[in-house]
Design a protein around this ligand. Structure first.
Ligand SMILES: Cc1cc2nc3c(=O)[nH]c(=O)nc-3n(C[C@H](O)[C@H](O)[C@H](O)COP(=O)(O)OP(=O)(O)OC[C@H]3O[C@@H](n4cnc5c(N)ncnc54)[C@H](O)[C@@H]3O)c2cc1C
Length: 379
């Protein structure tokens, strides 16, 4: 039975971050602290807008986090936590019919990443040493190996294989939403004003719930630039193509000024082809020249997707904006006229793979602040 004096938390945003934060609060809080959770958002799974980023993800687990940053690497740990969580999730679903198409939409796939030239990620740690020695995550994933020349496309200099996770993005979002509701989370569709400041936005959000709100969590992704007045937030434009056929594995190739990838969408009989990372570009239109390049580059990566004429069967083309932030994601409290807001946004191109670790950080800091307020009340 739920404890009577449960805290009331409003999560603003129903992208992968808002949904996973809500789910973690509902399922991993200690029993006596389990809060009431309401998600307030303008867009929920099933809706599509270029500024609702989550539906446009590839998506796969392939960490971009770097241990070389002076302040250490919190995102590395978040990504590793998500990898392990998905591994258990997939194992738990494995024997439930109808196999990959059921449940969460997450599935295990072999993954290849190949490089055309040396960059910071694969540069030898010691001059003259072997490439790839600094790939910190090789010890965290299963079945990591360096690809021999014979298994890489020509004109590439280095490549790796590991067991990764790909997810059927629309299905995974629906799955998270269903889990939130199953665990008692409420959902309210509401667009909060963004031009009159954070205080005004949370005042409007509190109108969506009965009673006092103890904490607001700002998971508005790219909109956080306006909602929280954070000038460090910027879009990183991505453009993809959805084609018929499920690639046998996930493959990525990185070269001079470009990235190309093929990510199978488990259980859907489709694959996402990409892509680009265009910082600061807000253009919602398809770039036709980039579209042709994506098709050309990915033909070499996943020839199994081509028909007998050597062409793809294109199902859709899309643009999405990764919610990037200078300095990385912001998970931080702000006191707004006596109301407590925990910001959780700015996950850029890594929101899914960050999601489990980041949500657990949210849970930890929420429980910590609660513990402190209980101690202070007793003093
Ligand atoms: C092409 C592409 C490929 C990607 N591939 C991957 C991948 O393979 N792996 C990976 O980990 N990540 C990937 N990403 C990144 C990932 O998609 C994002 O990091 C993630 O979706 C961000 O989620 P979010 O919840 O922060 O934001 P969003 O999904 O944008 O959600 C924001 C939420 O806030 C709500 N909101 C905003 N403003 C308001 C308002 N004023 N009032 C009420 N509600 C509001 C919105 O309605 C929405 O519900 C990719 C992204 C792109 C574009």
């Amino acid at each position: 039975m739920a404890p009577p004096n449960r805290d009331s938390i409003v999560v603003i945003g129903a992208g992968v971050i808002g949904l996973q934060v809500a789910l973690t609060l509902l399922t991993e809080s200690s029993a006596e602290k389990k809060p009431r959770v309401t998600i307030v958002a303008s867009a929920f799974p099933g809706s599509f807008s270029p500024h609702y980023t989550s539906p446009w993800a590839g998506g796969q687990w392939r960490t971009h986090a770097s241990r070389k940053t002076p302040e250490g690497c919190e995102q590395c740990d978040w990504d590793v936590q998500t990898y392990r969580y998905w591994k258990n999730l997939v194992a738990s679903e494995k024997f439930k019919p109808p196999s990959r198409a059921s449940g969460s939409g997450v599935a295990e796939f072999k993954s290849h990443f190949v490089w055309d030239e040396i960059n910071d990620e694969i540069r030898p740690l010691q001059p003259g040493g072997p490439l790839g020695t600094g790939l910190w995550w090789k010890h965290e994933v299963d079945d990591f190996r360096i690809l021999p020349n014979s298994e890489r496309p020509s004109n590439t200099i280095f490549g790796v294989e590991w067991t990764s996770f790909c997810f059927n993005v629309p299905r995974y979002l629906q799955y998270l939403l269903a889990k939130v509701e199953e665990h008692g989370g409420r959902c309210v569709q509401l667009t909060l004003p963004t031009t009159a400041g954070l205080e005004n936005a949370i005042t409007v959000a509190s109108g969506a719930v009965d009673g006092k709100v103890d904490l607001f969590i700002n998971a508005t992704g790219l909109a956080a630039g306006k909602v929280a007045g954070d000038s460090k937030v910027f879009p990183t434009r991505g453009q993809t193509v959805l084609v018929e056929g499920e690639a046998q594995m996930a493959r990525t190739r990185k070269g001079d000024g470009y990235i190309a990838y093929t990510i199978p969408r488990p259980g859907s009989g489709t694959t996402v082809l990409g892509g680009c990372n265009e910082a600061g570009n807000w253009d919602e239109k398809i770039d036709e020249s980039l579209h042709e390049k994506i098709l050309e580059r990915t033909k070499i990566l996943a020839p199994e997707l081509l028909d007998s004429n050597g062409s793809h069967t294109i199902l859709s083309r899309q643009v999405g904006f990764r919610p990037s932030r200078q300095g990385g994601p912001r998970v931080e409290f702000e006191n707004v006229s006596e109301k407590l807001v925990l910001h959780c946004y700015g996950h850029g191109g890594a929101g899914y793979q960050n999601s489990i670790g980041c949500s657990r950080k949210v849970l930890t800091v929420v429980e910590e602040v609660k513990r402190k307020s209980v101690i202070e009340a007793k003093l």
